[in-house]
Design a protein around this ligand. Structure first.
Ligand code: SF4
Ligand code: SF4
Length: 111
């Protein structure tokens, strides 16, 4: 049964235009950031293309991640010899908004 579902999903995914898949494929709520105290400015991440989405750039001799481009794939975290990249987990906005609404509701009920 699960295998049938997987086949069905895989078939649908194959019909998603590549441009659309590329635009929206990201790990929700996860993005990379640079621990600047570890980054020595060697520029290897940019020169060697650690990021396949062009999200890493150098500013003031330190690497930085463009959060709009970062897909949260984690590739950069394995490649920097200084272990400067780390992944930051942030719940997607829809989750934080829902939690806030629930909290407001409970607070209202307790008054
Ligand atoms: S993040 Fe790593 S690879 Fe990139 S410049 Fe800094 S030390 Fe070099
Ligand atoms: S986590 Fe992936 S998408 Fe984000 S900067 Fe690193 S390599 Fe690029």
């Amino acid at each position: 049964m699960i295998l049938d579902d997987m086949k069905y999903i895989a078939k649908d995914l194959a019909s998603v235009p590549l441009e659309l898949a590329d635009r929206f494929a990201r790990v929700p709520g996860i993005r990379a950031m640079v621990r600047h105290e570890r980054c020595n400015g060697c520029t290897a991440c940019v020169r060697k293309g650690f990021c396949r989405f062009g999200a890493i750039e150098m500013n003031d001799k330190k690497a930085n991640v463009d959060v709009e481009r970062c897909r949260g794939c984690g590739r950069c975290t394995h490649l920097c010899k200084r272990d400067a990249f780390t992944l930051e987990v942030r719940p997607p906005r829809v989750v934080t908004d829902t939690l806030r609404r629930i909290d407001d509701r409970i607070t209202g009920l307790m008054k």
